[in-house]
Design a protein around this ligand. Structure first.
Ligand code: PLP
Length: 286
């Protein structure tokens, strides 16, 4: 059965959910998106995602067509209408559909497009959380404002397709010999002396909401953290590696480009951080 999507004020069957070919999201990737996890019917860390949404739209001089409070209500209504227990809510806002294709912002009053839909995903019981994933490395060919969660994802499409073709679960992107992040995740290692290392936030990476929450949860537990870039060589010499994202929470990385990381099995730190994050997600869902 068709799930229900939200398009510009209406709830409609997903197969009837349509936007104009003149939509600037379609023509120019002139839009922003967010993905929030849903656990037991509740949104996980959603305020953090909507705060990042507000920041991203601000950076491209786009105004949200609804308040964050109203967007939260709409997300909840969509979850209820779809009877979604576990999965994801995808949200996209674009600069709307003008009357012609023209690069500068529309001159007249063009309402931004707001679209949302859901998908089912059992993140907690994902098999890959138990086995760990392999990652491949690819050059990071993206633009210089990766801190903006733009819908221009062609570099990640190509990176993740290369990963899929190699039988890997994620692609780690490299710039100047350093790992920036995963195609759709933040990248971490645990050094031999038990320091959790992940790249510092800057224009070079997306400030991951799960990254932020995991770092805060780790800090509360007095775990040692360093926010800095690392090389693949350092990752291969590390005790553990893992990724974080809203759609996977924390996932162990057991090999990079076919070379084993640590024991080649999910490590205790990644496993522990995953448990801690799941506990947080369950306790704070709205
Ligand atoms: C490039 C990139 N980095 C990191 C992340 C993880 O961010 P979050 O934890 O907010 O899902 C994503 C998520 O899609 C991403 O696309």
């Amino acid at each position: 059965m068709d799930s229900i999507a939200y398009v510009n004020g209406s709830f409609v069957p997903l197969s009837d959910a349509k936007v104009s070919v003149l939509d600037r999201g379609f023509l120019f990737a002139d839009g922003i998106y967010e993905v929030s996890a849903v656990l037991d019917g509740k949104l996980v860390d959603n305020a953090s995602h909507l705060a990042r949404l507000e920041r991203s739209v601000g950076e491209i001089k786009l105004k949200l067509p609804e308040t964050v409070e109203r967007i939260t209500e709409l997300q909840k209504e969509l979850i209820a209408r779809n009877k979604l227990a576990n999965g994801l809510v995808y949200l996209q806002v674009t600069r709307g559909a003008d009357t012609a294709r023209d690069f500068p912002f529309p001159k007249g009053e063009v309402k931004p497009t707001l679209v949302m839909f859901t998908s089912e995903k059992d993140i907690i019981n994902a098999a890959s959380a138990k086995t760990g994933i392999n990652v491949i490395t690819v050059p990071d060919i993206r633009w210089e404002r990766r801190d903006i969660k733009s819908v221009a994802l062609l570099a990640q499409v190509l990176a993740k397709q290369a990963a899929a073709e190699a039988g890997a679960g994620e692609a780690w992107m490299l710039e100047d010999g350093l790992v920036t992040e995963g195609g759709s995740s933040s990248a971490f290692i645990l050094t031999q002396n038990d320091v959790i290392v992940t790249r510092q936030n800057s224009n070079a990476i997306l400030p991951g909401c799960t990254r932020k929450a995991v770092l805060a949860l780790a800090a509360e537990r007095q775990l040692r953290i360093e926010e800095r870039a690392f090389t693949v060589t350092e990752a291969l010499a590390a005790k553990e590696a893992f990724i974080t994202s809203a759609s996977s929470f924390v996932q162990p990385v057991v090999a990079i480009d076919g070379k084993q990381v640590g024991s080649g099995k999910p490590g205790p730190m990644a496993t522990r951080l995953r448990e801690i994050y799941v506990e947080f997600a369950k306790a704070t869902g709205v």
